[in-house]
Ligand binder design. Structure first.
Ligand code: BES
Ligand code: MN
Ligand code: ZN
Length: 500
């Protein structure tokens, strides 16, 4: 889809030819002399419209307005959050197949973060999955003009919005693809396409190379599958070579049957989404390719299927991880931590400023936090705050969870250095404690996205989270270089504004 930014007051917006004109009306709205302003003012006065974010009023072929359909929608305090709410509230109109061209006019002051949010919300509302459908019911919307009082002021927010949309849609696409259309090999090929972007490189390892690295835990998970594993290594070089990178590690289980500890049938199809951590890493690189920030980033993706088979790893088997630590695999369904632990050991070779892993790791995290916030675990307070702040700025929320050592007690094993599970209680935390055994003293954070990466039910599909949080975090790091201790700039920054 094409996005354009234009200087456009409501008066001028009224003469824009389009299928749908969305006018965002904020608190303290000052109507001009034009027809559209007059309509909005009258509707507000009569109580038929409110400036509360998301409250809206639709009209058809309104006099003196070129657009066939017009929606006036309240945009509250004009914040990014309110702008997003406003656009999503009229999502059905944006998504309608007859809406080919939309103009979204932000009346009043248009903060860069709000413009960024508008772009993202229009994309979110109009996204359609098509890859494996025979009748190509393509996305109806093909052009979106964002109208603001001053295009120059909004440019940076707009550009980051467009870059984020590319990243989020890349992640959604790969998350949504069924497992037979998103094998480890296909995922690696998708990663390779990203190397066409400036400053992005990609390297892919196969089973023999992974065996040579002695990634015994990763190899154990992949054993039961006919599909060969892939270990994907992406690089984005935006800063000097000697600048320590941020390493992102994404869980890439392209299908999780549970293995020999097989899952029950209901909703097992949703385990195609078990590579959404990996997809978010790919999405981040897609966005970095557009944004070109001054930072170094490494992306690592251990990708394989978790299948039951004659050769599959069995409950009770003991394997040796790349770190040398041995693991008793008590439950083959706790496979995510097994592929991640070897990738985390591998991450140390980059001497990272920070390592962040992203994984659909535990059902327990869905119980704890639902679909609103991702679980955040960290061994470093500065890193945890930076990720929380980024989540708040990007409207892609997370919540910090504890990592007390007592939570690791249940991981003790009589036959290996550790077991891979520790009972049902605190399941998302014990999983994080397992991962922590592999990070040494690197600043490390773990995002459990089991509840946020996709939606079930009628709206079943990938959300593209937490691409927004991660990109925001990386942009903030580019402003406050990661090689120095993270100090927050004194002046309040407007989200996403300076980094582009
Ligand atoms: N991929 C799942 C986690 C998951 C389950 C995410 C349901 C979203 C919805 C993971 O590999 C898994 O199976 N975890 C187990 C761990 C258990 C065996 C300790 C779980 O959460 O049940
Ligand atoms: Mn599992
Ligand atoms: Zn899994």
């Amino acid at each position: 889809m094409n996005f354009d930014l234009k200087t456009l007051e409501l008066a001028a917006a009224a003469s824009e030819k389009c299928d749908l004109l969305v006018a965002l009306i904020p608190e303290g709205f000052k109507p001009g002399q034009d027809a559209l302003s007059a309509l909005a003012a009258l509707a507000l006065k009569n109580g038929d419209l409110s400036v509360k974010a998301g409250k809206h009023l639709q009209m058809y072929q309104a006099p003196a307005i070129a657009a066939r359909r017009v929606v006036l929608v309240g945009s509250g305090d004009g914040s990014a959050r309110a702008a997003r709410q406003a656009v999503l509230a009229v999502g059905a109109a944006v998504r309608a197949p007859q809406t080919k061209r939309v103009v979204v006019c932000v009346a009043g002051a248009a903060k860069p973060a709000a413009v960024c949010a508008v772009v993202q919300a229009v994309a979110e509302a109009s996204y359609v999955y098509t890859s494996t459908k025979s009748k190509v019911e393509a996305r109806g919307l093909n052009r979106c003009v964002v109208g603001v009082p001053n295009a120059a002021d909004a440019r940076e927010g707009f550009d980051s919005g467009v870059a984020l949309v590319a990243g989020v849609e890349f992640a959604r696409e790969w998350g949504n693809r069924p497992a037979n259309h998103a094998t480890p090999t296909l995922l690696a090929n998708a990663a390779k396409t990203l190397a066409k972007l400036p400053r992005v490189q990609c390297k892919v390892l196969g089973p023999a190379e992974v065996a040579r690295l002695k990634m015994g835990a990763f190899l154990a998970v992949a054993r039961g599958s006919e599909e060969p594993l892939r270990f994907i290594e992406l690089r984005y070089n935006g800063a000097a070579k000697d600048k320590a990178p941020v390493v992102l590690v994404g869980k890439g289980i392209t299908f999780d049957t549970g293995g020999i500890s097989i899952k029950p049938a209901p909703e097992m199809d949703e385990m195609k989404f078990d590579m959404c951590g990996a997809a978010s890493v790919l999405g981040v690189f897609r966005a970095l390719g557009e944004l070109q920030p001054a930072i170094n980033v490494v992306g690592l993706i251990p990708a394989c299927e978790n299948m039951p088979d004659g050769r599959a790893v069995k409950p009770g088997d003991v394997v040796t991880s790349m770190s040398g630590q041995t693991i008793e695999i008590l439950n083959t369904d706790a496979e995510g931590r097994l592929v991640l632990c070897d990738a985390l050991t591998y991450a140390a070779r980059f001497k990272p400023a920070a390592v962040v892993d992203i994984a659909t790791l535990t059902g327990a995290c869905v119980i704890a936090l639902g679909g609103v916030r991702s679980g955040l675990f960290a061994n470093n307070d500065a890193l945890a705050s930076a990720l929380q702040d980024a989540g708040n700025e990007a409207e892609d929320l997370c919540w910090r969870m504890p990592l007390d050592d007592d939570y690791a007690d249940g991981l003790k094993s009589n036959f290996a250095d550790m077991g891979n599970v520790a009972g049902r209680a605190g399941g998302s935390i014990t999983a994080a404690k397992f991962l922590q055994k592999f990070v040494g003293d690197m600043p490390w954070a773990h995002l459990d996205i089991a509840g946020t990466a996709w939606k079930g039910g009628a709206a079943k599909g990938s959300t593209g989270r937490p691409v927004g949080l991660l990109v925001q975090y990386l942009l903030n790091q580019a402003q406050a270089p990661v090689s120095r201790p993270a100090v927050k700039p004194a002046a309040k920054r407007s989200p996403r504004a300076k980094a582009v």
